[in-house]
Design a protein around this ligand. Sequence first.
Ligand code: RM4
Ligand code: MN
Ligand code: MN
Length: 397
Amino acid sequence: MKGSDSNVQEAAFKALDSFRIEIPSWGFANTGTRFGKYMQAAAASNIEEKFADAATVNRLTGVTPTLALHVLWDLPNGVKDVPGVKLLEQRFGVHAGSINPNLFQNQEYKYGSLANPSAGIREGALQHVLDSIEIAKELGSRDVSLWLADGSNYPGTQSMRKRIAWVEEALGVAHSHLGARQRLLVEYKPFEPAFYHTDIADWGMASHLAHQAGPQARVLVDTGHHYNAQNIEQIVAWLLHTGMLGGFHFNDRRYADDDLTLGSIDPYQVFRIFHEIHAAKDDDLPADVAYMIDQSHNLKGKIEAMIQTVVTAQELYLKAALVDREKLAKLQQSCDLVAAEELYRGAFWHDVRPLTRAWRAARGLPADSLEALRVSGYVERVARERACHSAVVGSYA
Ligand code: RM4
Ligand code: MN
Ligand code: MN
C-alpha cells in the first residue's frame, strides 16, 4: 500500500474512475450445460430484455456502459437488425460493445468454419465475419472478437497445417475490411468442443494469427481458456511486451471453461493479471485493453451474479492499482524476495471494500450495488413480467 490515507483514497478514486468493464448479452439469457438448462423466470429472452438488464447493472454499478452482442443470438437478421439495436441504445442508455460473430452453431460448421476443408463453407463463415464487421461499423463498435470452435477430435483426420493457412487467409481478408478505428480480437481456447486439436489453441497461435492479419488485430485472453497450471499473468506480460494484448473475457474456473463468477475460485490470479497491466502502464507500455465479462450463469440469479462479478473486478483492479510499485521494483532489483512478496501480497490482502463503497457514494451511485438490486425489486418484477413468455430455447443462449 502506498502513502497516507488521503493519498490512498486519491489514488483509489483515480484508478476506479479509469475502470470500465463490458458485460455480455448472453449472460442474461437462459443458458446451461450440455446436460440441460435450469430456466429462470427473470431470464431475458430477447435483446430488449438483455438491454434492460444491462441498463440495471450499469445504473447500480456505474461502470458497465457497453453490452457485448453475439450476432446470431442478438442480430439474427444481421445488418438489418442494426436500427433496432440503435433504438435500444437510446432507450436504455447502454451502448453496443464488442460484436461477436457466431462461427459454431450452424450445422455446416461440423468440421470447422474458417478452417473447414470445404472452400464453400470457409467462404460462408468469412462472409459472416465480414457482416459482423459491418454491423460493428454501423453501431460504432470498435472491437470484433472472434472465437473459433474449429478443431478435430481424432488424430490424423485433419491437416493441422492446411487449416493454419486457411485461418491466416480468412483473418487477413477480415482485417482488410476493418474501419480505421476498429480492431479484430483473436480469442484462443485449448479444447472444447474439439478434443484432439483446436485450431487456435493458445496465445502463441492467436498472437501469430493476429500479427499476420494486420496492425489492428490483437489477442483476446479469456481467463477460462487455459490449462489448470498455466501462468496467465505471464502470458499477459508477454502480450503487453509485444504490444499484442487486446482484451479479456473474465470468468473463473476450477477445471476448464467453467464460466464461474470472477474471483470465486482464485481471486489472487485476477489480482496478478491486473498487476501486470498496472505495471506496464507505469513503465510507459500502455495497452488499450478491453475488459469484458464472459459468464453466463446456470444456477445463480443472472443479474445478481453479473453485479457481483463487476464489483469483484473493481475490487481486484483496485487492489492491484494500490501496489507500491516503486518500492516493489527496488525490492525486485535487490532480490529481497520475502519483502517483495509480502509487499505484493499485502496489497492483495488489503480490504478495499470501504474504498469502493466511498467511490460509489462520491459518484452518486448506491454504495452497495448488490443491496441496491435487492431493494429495487427489479429481479422480482421482471420475473413476473417475463414468466408468461420465457420460452424454452434449444440453443446455448
Ligand atoms: C466460448 C468463448 C466465446 C463465447 C462463447 C459463448 O467458449 O468463450 O468467447 O462467445 O463461448
Ligand atoms: Mn470468451
Ligand atoms: Mn469460453
